[in-house]
Design a protein. Structure first.
Length: 79
């Protein structure tokens, strides 16, 4: 069972949600997933490559074992 809620958001936040929700089933699903992630103690929720910042992507590469040391050294320079 679901309950319909009406909320007010700043325009910029609504646009950001629409941007992040693209390619999914829609805004409501994205918001549901984000709220569930927050309730579960995971503030990043279902962060995807599309959603991740450049720094988050570089940090993820640094933690991988299959990334060469040469690339990791280059990433360190950028961070």
């Amino acid at each position: 069972m679901t309950k319909i809620l009406t909320i007010s958001l700043p325009e910029a936040m609504a646009q950001e949600i629409d941007y992040r929700a693209r390619g999914r089933r829609g805004r409501s699903e994205w918001i549901r997933d984000a709220i569930q992630a927050k309730l579960n103690g995971n503030p990043d929720g279902d962060l995807t490559v599309i959603d991740a910042t450049t720094r988050q992507l570089m940090a993820a590469l640094m933690s991988r074992e299959d990334v060469s040391e040469k690339l990791k050294d280059f990433i360190k320079l950028l961070m």
